[in-house]
Design a protein around this ligand. Structure first.
Ligand SMILES: *[C@@H]1O[C@H](CO)[C@@H](O)[C@H](O)[C@H]1NC(C)=O
Length: 175
């Protein structure tokens, strides 16, 4: 009982930092157009960060730590990265690292899960007709964050509220 509490507290303190909520397995990127990332931030986190695209496979990413954005406003929770010069690479095993600044790819504040960059529109990074709608697709992302209990529940509630709003909106449209 007590040890469970200790583990819960340890996990809770881990969550008090930048946490990349997308991209990841449940939200891949495409090679077409800007691609988005979302995250959670605590007030103790640095206000800005630099975002790097990484991959251990040099065939997928000939030069590692490709800078996507030198200074992202961490308070916004969401950013769209323009395609790098020469376009997006393609393949599996990509991660986005949030780092201290553009000169410090080794000073990692947070790291996304593995994701794929594919040429089609499958698993798009959020460019599409539903872009403005409540982020129902984020439900998947948060549901997988089992270690992040309280925050995931909060995000789930927020997503649920968004869904309720969407349903209300659709109900209005149907009248
Ligand atoms: C993302 O890509 C991985 C690997 O190709 C795949 O297993 C996963 O189902 C994809 N997720 C989505 C939401 O398309």
């Amino acid at each position: 009982m007590f040890s469970k509490l200790v583990v819960a507290l340890a996990l809770a303190s881990f969550s008090l930092a930048y946490g990349v909520t997308s991209p990841g397995e449940s939200q891949n990127w495409t090679t077409v157009g800007p691609q988005s990332a979302t995250w959670k931030r605590e007030s103790t986190d640095p206000k800005t960060f630099a975002a790097f695209l990484t991959n251990e496979d040099r065939k997928a990413l000939p030069q590692n730590n490709q800078l996507l954005a030198g200074s992202v406003d961490g308070t916004t929770g969401r950013v769209q990265f323009e395609p790098p010069q020469g376009g997006w690479p393609e393949g599996n095993g990509f991660r986005v690292n949030f780092c201290r600044d553009a000169d410090s790819p080794e000073a990692i504040l947070a790291q996304s899960n593995d994701f794929t960059i594919s040429p089609s529109g499958v698993g798009s990074g959020g460019v599409g007709p539903l872009e403005g709608a409540p982020q129902a697709q984020d439900l998947d992302v948060h549901a997988t964050e089992k270690s992040n209990g309280a925050m995931a529940r909060g995000a789930f509630e927020a997503a649920k509220d968004g869904l309720m709003g969407l349903m209300g909106f659709l109900a209005l449209m149907a009248v």
